[in-house]
Design a protein around this ligand. Structure first.
Ligand SMILES: Cc1cc2nc3c(=O)[nH]c(=O)nc-3n(C[C@H](O)[C@H](O)[C@H](O)COP(=O)(O)O)c2cc1C
Length: 225
């Protein structure tokens, strides 16, 4: 099958993106409005960008009317009417259902902290609170927003943030700053309403040595296609 995106509906393009780019880690993003109202929402179009400076990105698309989602309204730079700040919390098994619940569309200014019962904890370097239950939180300042189709439904917005503080719960990192994946218990999004855990892991060498590495996955699921 060969598909020309230009001949597909926006819904079908979305289906292909979320069904094929899997699994996607989830940024559980807390923000605050200039008036001081907190907001919390999950975004799985999310990844790291670079470590010098420490940067990450997530992508809140425009809603069906072409309007900015509350998170984008809040985290865009002050010059555009936002606060220029956000916190990326992790999506963890213990509260995965609350991550999904926080995707509820509430009126601007109503807080998903109240809806979910998750605990806002004071951040160290930015105004939006972090989620106390999250094993790790990245406090960020927005450095750039790339808009791929401003004011149009489903147009993309890439929010690039500089991490200005990292909070880690006791036991989440060892003294060499390696994260404990069992403590993080990260969940990721697949297509539609499906999620996956990060419990099934294997290691590989880097580069040429990987050619001769054992293939632990073959025992469980057969050879890769
Ligand atoms: C796990 C998960 C991942 C999501 N990822 C995205 C995403 O990457 N981009 C996006 O625009 N919406 C995403 N959504 C939908 C938003 O969370 C939803 O539109 C939310 O209401 C936005 O909240 P806000 O208006 O408070 O910013 C996702 C929803 C879930 C449950």
């Amino acid at each position: 099958m060969d598909l020309d995106p230009e001949r597909l509906s926006t819904a079908d393009r979305y289906k292909l993106l979320i069904g094929c780019i899997v699994p996607r880690p989830i940024a559980f993003v807390s923000t605050i409005s200039p008036e001081g109202r907190t907001n919390l929402a999950p975004f799985s179009f999310f990844t790291g960008v670079g470590s010098n400076p420490m940067t990450l990105l997530f992508c809140p698309v425009n809603d069906a009317n072409g309007h900015e989602k509350d998170t984008l309204r809040n985290c865009k730079p002050e010059s555009e009417g936002g606060t220029g700040e956000f916190v990326v919390n992790l999506a963890s098994e213990g509260y995965a259902h609350l991550v999904a619940a926080a995707a509820e569309t509430l009126p601007y200014g109503d807080s998903e902290f109240e809806l979910t019962g998750l605990t806002p904890a004071t951040s160290l370097r930015v105004r939006p609170p972090r989620v106390a239950e999250s094993p790790v939180a990245f406090e960020c300042r927005t450095i750039q927003i790339v808009r791929t189709n401003p004011s149009k439904p489903a147009g993309g917005n890439v929010v690039i943030g500089r991490v200005v503080h990292v909070h880690a719960a006791d036991g989440a990192l060892n003294d060499r700053l390696h994260a404990d994946p069992d403590r993080l218990a990260a969940v990721a999004r697949m297509g539609g309403r499906t999620y996956c855990r990060t419990r099934d892991r294997f290691t590989l060498e880097l580069g040429r040595p990987a050619l001769n590495t054992p293939r632990p996955w073959e025992k469980q699921t057969g050879p890769p296609l």
